[in-house]
Structures are given as structure tokens and as C-alpha cells.
Design a protein around this ligand. Structure first.
Ligand code: UT7
Length: 339
């Protein structure tokens, strides 16, 4: 029997209907379309405005579409992993809520916390679960309602984030030359002061004080994060490429975290990959944290061909970062028509 490798056999996504564009933002804080576009590349982002709906709502929508598109029997799904930094509740897991709403009977579910690296790391973990032979089918979701942790009085952060969810089906194959080939992930704990939410966790539980001082929103020292992100993502991609004897020309697509178009361009330049090989949708969604990567795959699925060489890379609070070498496993053009 050949070695089992893990492949993505389908992708789906969901973004809320409400579009918050730069023009509307500029009426909320002291900013303008020119600054946001030039510094970030973002033109608009989606916001889940309906009261009482959280991350699991978007995750479930993406997963439901995924099941429809792939035709997978829900009873054959072994696990649901939701990568998120904005869970519905502290507990239970958002994944357990998604599983319940989808009516999965033979699966277990858990959340995965690695902020913007969440999807890439969770996919790697799911792939290892598949490679072990003990699991056959896993739904990996990246979903975040970033509007819930964004301060719309802080112009330095409120233009950056948006809401959304993306989901992939991960299954096994014995076919050689497709699937997860290699990865390199690292986390540098010294990132804490530069990107975090000050209150609401066990160090500083919620109180009147924390609410009054707006401590439940994302705090970021943008320039420090920017510099670290460019260096780490580019170095990670180069390391994985070298280790696998890949030249920049061998890479068909870079699937990058979508935090800032300038970061993506700087990483592509350092890796030596032209921008037409980099999949970018930040203009429309902003930074949806764990949802960025699966939303990119969903948006560009129709372009992807079996055997395409892809380099995933992300950077996150932590500072977590990494790169993943993947060979696409199916004809995206046919699958994408089932949107
Ligand atoms: O996904 C997790 C990882 N996160 C990231 O990768 C984000 C990394 N950081 C960034 O993307 C960028 O640092 C930002 C987009 C957050 C900021 O861009 P920047 O080019 O680094 O700007 P800056 O923070 O250096 O600010 C430049 C100026 C400042 O004014 P002064 O001090 O030069 O007078 C800011 O106050 O721009 C000002 N500014 C704004 N002006 C208009 C900051 N935000 C805004 C705004 N509109 N929205």
C-alpha cells in the first residue's frame, strides 16, 4: 500500500452581504480612501451586522456549501476544525456549534487558535490526522468576525479588518505528486506586546473598567508587525522552496495571508515570484484573519489545475508564521461552477 497523503478535495466560502467601503469608514473616523488604498490595498470589507450572529454562522454557511459542492455524505465526516480568533463563546467551541447545526453524527469538533495563521496551521494538523490513517474526511474552516474585536473609533486598525469564512474538505489519497508536500512553521513568543487584545481573557477578565477603556479590541503596533511579517513570510517561503528544490519559477501560485497588499508585494518580491502568480482578494474583504486563505482559494478556485505548485504563507499575532508547499489536487474550473 502506498503512503497516504492529504489533499483538499473542495473549497467553499461565505461573506456577509453588508459592504463597508472606505468612503463610509471615512465618515466614522479621520481617514480617507486614498490613505487606506495606498497603505493597505483595501477598498471594502464585509461586516456581519445582524444581531445575535457570530463566527459559527459564517462558518456553517461555508461548510454547508462545501458539503453541497463536494457531494460528501455528512455522516462520513470524521472531524470539524474551526480556526478562529473570534469564537462565538469562550466555550463551547465554535466548531461544536457548527457540527451541531450541520447535523454531523459521526464527527468530533474542536477550535484552533493561531489568529491569522489559524487556517494554515489547522490544515497542516488535519493533513497529519489524515496521513495517520485514523481519519478519512475532515472539514477545516477558517472563520472570523473581526468586526466584533475591532474598535471603530481607532483609525489605525478599523480600516484593516473584515468578516468572513472559508472551508475546505481534507481527504486522503494514495496518488503521488499531489497534496501537502512540506511545511515550516514557527512561533516567536516575543510578539505579544505588538499585537493583542488586552482584556477579556484570564489575565484581565472583563469588567466595567475594561469596557470603559475599550480594552476588548485589537491593539496593534502596525510598523513593527509589518516589518516582522515581511521578513518572516519571505524567509519561510524561501526555506521551504530550497528544502524541496523549488525555484521561484516552479511556483504557480502564492496563497498569502491578506493583511496588507504592501506586505504581500514585498514578500513576493523577496521570494522572486511575480504578482500575477499571487492570489489577492484583499481589496474586497480586507483582513479576515483565519478566513483569508480559504476565501482566496474559494475566489480563485476556477483558475487552479491539478498539479499546480502552491506556496502558502501567513503571519499572525504571537508572532506565528510559516509556509506550506502544496500541490493542488483537482480541476478547479469544473468545481467552481457549483458555487
Ligand atoms: O494580520 C495580522 C498581522 N497584521 C499585519 O500584518 C498588519 C501590519 N501593519 C500594517 O499593515 C501597517 O503598519 C498599517 C496598515 C497598520 C499602517 O500602515 P503604516 O504605513 O505602517 O502607517 P503608520 O502606522 O506608520 O502610520 C503612518 C501615519 C501616522 O500618522 P503620523 O504619525 O505619521 O502623523 C498615522 O497616525 O498614518 C496615520 N494613520 C492614518 N491616517 C489616515 C494611521 N491610520 C490611518 C488611517 N487614515 N486609517
Amino acid at each position: 500500500m502506498n503512503k497516504i497523503n492529504a489533499i483538499i478535495t473542495g473549497v467553499a466560502g461565505y461573506v456577509p452581504d453588508y459592504v463597508l467601503n472606505n468612503e463610509e469608514l471615512s465618515r466614522m473616523v479621520d481617514t480617507n480612501d486614498e490613505w487606506i488604498t495606498a497603505r493597505t490595498g483595501i477598498k471594502e470589507r464585509r461586516i456581519l451586522t445582524e444581531e445575535g450572529l457570530g463566527t459559527s454562522y459564517m462558518a456553517r454557511k461555508a461548510a454547508k456549501l462545501l458539503l453541497e459542492k463536494t457531494g460528501v455524505d455528512p455522516d462520513s465526516v470524521d472531524a470539524v476544525i474551526v480556526a478562529t480568533t473570534t469564537p462565538d463563546y469562550v466555550h463551547p467551541s465554535t466548531a461544536s456549534i457548527v457540527l451541531g447545526k450541520l447535523g454531523l453524527k459521526n464527527a468530533f469538533a474542536f477550535d484552533f487558535s493561531a489568529a491569522c495563521c489559524g487556517f494554515m496551521y489547522a490544515f497542516d494538523v488535519a493533513a497529519n490526522m489524515i496521513q495517520s490513517g485514523r481519519h478519512k474526511r475532515i472539514i477545516v474552516i477558517g472563520a472570523d468576525k473581526m468586526s466584533a474585536i475591532t474598535d471603530y473609533k481607532d483609525r489605525a486598525t478599523c480600516a484593516l479588518f473584515g468578516d468572513g469564512a472559508g472551508a475546505v474538505m481534507v481527504e486522503g489519497t494514495e496518488e503521488e505528486g499531489i497534496g501537502l508536500m512540506d511545511s515550516y512553521h514557527r512561533t516567536d513568543g516575543k510578539g505579544l506586546p505588538f499585537l493583542h487584545i488586552k482584556a477579556g481573557g484570564s489575565v484581565c477578565p472583563s469588567s466595567q473598567f475594561t469596557v470603559d477603556h475599550r480594552l476588548h479590541y485589537t491593539y496593534q503596533e502596525g510598523r513593527t508587525v509589518f516589518k516582522y511579517a515581511v521578513t518572516a513570510m519571505a524567509d519561510d517561503c524561501k526555506l521551504v522552496a530550497e528544502k524541496n528544490n523549488l525555484t521561484a519559477d516552479d511556483i504557480d501560485y502564492v496563497v498569502s495571508h491578506q493583511a496588507n497588499l504592501r506586505i504581500i508585494e514585498a514578500v513576493a518580491k523577496r521570494v522572486g515570484v511575480p504578482m500575477d502568480k499571487v492570489l489577492v482578494n484583499i481589496q474586497r474583504y480586507g483582513n479576515t484573519s483565519a478566513a483569508c486563505m480559504p476565501l482566496v482559494l474559494w475566489d480563485f478556485e476556477s483558475k487552479l489545475k491539478k498539479g499546480d505548485t502552491m506556496m502558502f504563507t501567513a503571519f499572525a499575532a504571537g508572532f506565528a508564521h510559516g509556509a506550506l508547499y502544496y500541490k493542488w489536487a483537482y480541476d478547479g474550473a469544473t468545481a467552481a461552477t457549483k458555487k
